[in-house]
Design a protein around this ligand. Structure first.
Ligand code: CMC
Length: 438
């Protein structure tokens, strides 16, 4: 058998180095020994945006981007979406195995009995402006929650950690729904423990005068599938934020607030909102070819298309497309669907998209379903954050239990000035190269 090593020749010195290969990777720290002189810092890798750097070993989520495969703890996403419940999947992500009946009952009880939030948290939400974006309220309220649970700082205490996990998974739908109700000026609808996780969320969102809210089973099921599909996606931008903040041993409420902030961006979880805005802007099917032309000319990106990892159809988008039709049976078809289908058809045949392997991602169809279910546009990123909470927490626990991990602290390639003397104000001229944005 060939040796599991990489031999590197440094042409600057002529020296050779043997570096071990493990799990298809070399350790960046093994490059540090490659020096041109004794006082040389040693070789580093340069990898902005982590294009080819594994930041951790993980056993949670597997993605094969070329083949379009997604698995949680080894279970294919389509089997989970078809047969499982969101809380069962959350348990799987966090514990590594599907729960048996007793474990699921206990887990569901624990989540169901932590859904209420302290009444003072309502005052935090009340303090927001009437038109505050719900994702901003969501992030800020998570940060505020850390002040209500100072015990959450005891992150290496497994029992304590478990409690925070119950609290977080249970409370994120409540915070999300309360943010929505504040936005539209309606009284808060409190959790109903008789309902499922998803049904209760619909109750807190949409209950009005009825004494008992009864969720539509098709819409409740659609939410289950959407929640399962969004639960984890290995080392994406927000998960990386969760791990990075968590590596400083920050409490999970604060870390989750940071992860949610990363998710908010239009290139990540904010894309579903942007897709709907884009479809509305296009307006009708006949305008699609012209819009695609402008995308190809580099004017803007086609939102809901492309992915850093998937160079094939995103398996989640395939499942979501199916769910969309089920939802439309209840809600009636959204005319934006025709624009989306035409956009997909043209893009999948167009050389620009084919060459770059740009396919619809999870966000392309999810927004159309959310809109059909009466969720307003600015709730879309929040709807992503609710189920992703279990994934973020699973990744956070894995981080804390991984002895290879330390505080995240990337290196840089410094290209700026070196030591120079201070210039008094009167003697300063603005150099032409100075960036206005600096
Ligand atoms: N529309 C048009 N062109 C695109 C798009 C797009 N949506 N995405 C990538 N490209 C082009 C890009 O211009 C580049 O072309 P060229 O090689 O000529 O410069 C090439 O494809 C590679 O793009 P990239 O920016 O190097 O790819 P990336 O891996 O850095 O970006 C992405 C991945 C998801 C940020 C990007 O595809 C994108 O901006 N998509 C639109 C936003 C979106 O839908 N995001 C949701 C992602 S899935 C859910 C999630 O992660 O939360």
């Amino acid at each position: 058998m060939s040796a599991e090593t990489l031999t590197i020749t440094d042409n600057r010195t002529g020296k050779q180095y043997d570096v071990p290969i493990e799990n298809g990777t070399i350790k960046a720290m093994d490059l540090r020994q490659i020096k041109t002189a004794e006082d040389d810092f040693g070789l580093m890798t340069y990898d902005p945006a982590f294009m080819n750097t594994a930041s951790c070993k993980s056993r949670i989520t597997f993605i094969d981007g070329d083949k379009g495969i997604l698995e949680y703890r080894g279970y294919p996403i389509d089997q989970l979406a078809e047969q499982s419940s969101y809380l069962e999947v959350a348990y799987l992500l966090l514990h590594g195995e599907l729960p048996n009946e007793t474990q699921l009952r206990e887990w569901t009880w624990n989540i169901t009995h932590h859904t209420f939030i302290n009444e003072n948290i309502k005052k935090v939400i009340d303090g927001f402006h009437y038109n505050a974006h719900p994702m901003g309220m969501f992030e800020a309220t998570l940060g505020a929650l850390s002040t209500f649970y100072p015990d959450a700082k005891d992150i290496f205490n497994v029992e304590c950690r478990r409690k925070q996990i119950h609290r977080l998974i249970a409370k994120v739908p409540t915070i999300a729904a309360f943010a929505f109700r504040h936005r539209i000026g309606m009284q808060y609808s409190y959790p109903d423990n008789d309902l499922s996780y998803e049904g209760n969320f619909l109750n807190m969102m949409f209950k009005t005068t009825e004494s008992k809210y009864e969720p539509d089973p098709v819409l409740e099921h659609a939410l289950t599938v959407l929640f399962i599909l969004h639960a984890d996606h290995e080392q994406n931008c927000s998960t990386n934020a969760m791990r990075s903040i968590g590596s400083a041993q920050t409490d999970p409420f604060s870390a989750l607030g940071g992860a949610a902030a990363a998710l908010y961006g239009p290139l990540h979880g904010g894309a579903n909102e942007m897709v709907l805005r884009m479809l509305k802007e296009i307006g009708s099917v006949d305008k699609v070819p012209d819009y695609v032309k402008r995308v190809k000319a580099g004017e803007f990106r086609l939102m809901g298309f492309g992915h850093r990892v998937y160079k094939n159809y995103d398996p989640r988008a395939r499942i979501i497309k199916q769910v969309a039709y089920e939802v439309f049976e209840v809600t009636g078809k959204d005319p934006l669907l025709d624009i989306a289908l035409e956009l997909e058809r043209i893009a999948l045949e167009d050389e620009y998209f084919v060459k770059r392997k740009l396919y619809p991602n999870v966000d392309f169809y999810s927004g159309i379903i959310y809109q059909a279910m009466s969720f307003p546009l600015d709730m879309f990123p929040v709807l992503f954050a609710i189920p992703r909470t279990s994934g973020w927490l699973a990744q956070w626990v894995e981080l804390l239990e991984d002895s290879d991990q330390k505080i995240a602290r990337p290196r840089q390639v410094y290209l700026g000035y070196r030591t120079r003397d201070y210039v008094p104000l009167a003697n300063r001229e603005l150099p032409e190269t100075q960036s206005a944005g600096a």
